[in-house]
Design a protein around this ligand. Structure first.
Ligand code: AMP
Length: 312
């Protein structure tokens, strides 16, 4: 809708989340990695979301996606089924999250099937799902010029080989600091990134929570802090909205071929994620504009530039 030319498809969870933080709680709110991602990416490009939902997923939930222009034609409604449910609680240190419940429901038998329009999308994001499923989607996605994936500790522990095989099929990996180290068993991020690049991907993005994010390519390194916020209410979806901003921007501007574009994309991802954590789940998106995101992008630029040392 925004670019008219490019398009991005995301495959991942569509969920109801119950989340408790030291600052409040929600018993049931719209969530899921594909939802956070697609809402965030919708500020930059045309987005299609692929994932299963059950009968409890109603008009109100579809409306949140559609208000953002997200195409829901490939959302698979499983008659008689229940939507994926996840419950978590955060400690005072919001970096520490305890998962209390995961009910796969319709996600348990999910066999992704992309429509022709989704197969043709220029950019593909494989959100955090079982790596065999990610690979099936990657194989269907014949039009993708840029494919990226996320993963999590569960898949590193239970399906490591499959995850490594899936990583070999994408151009970009976006993962958490701890998970990258766990996967590669390397002591430094640079060595971890190199090891992952040897499998195939050209770009490795390491998410470091409240400490920011780092970008590794064959030739260069770039890093940004997280935006300094007075108040963080709920970190849920920070990683997915970061990925949405990053890949949404790359899709809109035609790919990830140059380093300058990747740096701008990392900055946009960080800007979007900084808004996401200011409210529960994806609630902040209801009042967020592209202008707000651009303003924070500029704040990042001011915050991170360093002058040369004046001549003595
Ligand atoms: P993040 O905070 O970026 O890690 O993402 C949180 C989102 O991931 C929540 O909205 C959950 O619904 C979703 N989620 C949690 N666990 C899983 C899982 N095992 N598979 C897929 N999605 C999940």
């Amino acid at each position: 809708m925004l670019s008219g030319l490019m398009s991005l498809v995301v495959v991942g969870s569509i969920a109801f989340d119950a989340v408790k933080t030291p600052f409040g709680e929600r018993e049931r709110m719209l969530g899921g990695s594909a939802v956070h991602f697609s809402l965030a990416a919708s500020y930059f490009t045309d987005v299609r979301v692929v994932g299963p939902v059950g009968d409890d997923f109603g008009e109100a939930e579809y409306a949140v996606l559609r208000r953002h222009g997200v195409n829901t034609d490939d959302v698979e409604h499983v008659a008689g089924g229940k939507t994926f449910f996840w419950a978590a609680e955060y400690e005072w240190n919001l970096n520490i999250r305890h998962t209390l419940d995961t009910q796969l429901n319709v996600f348990g038998d999910f066999a992704p099937k992309l429509s022709d329009a989704s197969k043709r999308a220029d950019t593909l994001f494989l959100a955090n799902i079982q790596p065999d499923l990610q690979r099936e989607v990657r194989e269907q996605s014949t039009g993708a010029k840029l494919a990226a994936l996320d993963s999590m500790n569960l898949w590193i522990e239970t399906t490591r080989d499959s995850l490594l095989r899936t990583i070999a099929t994408v151009d970009m990996v976006l993962m958490n600091d701890d998970e990258v180290r766990m996967l590669t068993e390397e002591p430094t991020l640079l060595r971890s990134a190199r090891q992952l690049m040897q499998l195939g991907p050209r770009v490795i993005v390491v998410k470091q929570g409240e400490y920011g994010a780092s970008l590794f390519t064959g030739e260069s390194f770039f890093s940004l802090p997280a935006y300094p916020l007075e108040t963080v209410i709920d970190p849920t979806g920070a990683g997915d909205s970061f990925a949405g901003g990053l890949l949404g921007y790359l899709d809109a501007q035609g790919g990830a071929d140059d380093d300058a574009a990747l740096r701008r994309a990392l900055t946009y991802g960080s800007a979007v994620a900084s808004f996401w954590v200011e409210e529960f789940g994806c609630e902040r998106a209801a009042r967020l504009s592209r202008e707000d995101i651009d303003e924070r992008y500029e704040a990042f630029r001011r915050m991170t530039s360093v002058e040369g040392v004046p001549a003595a």
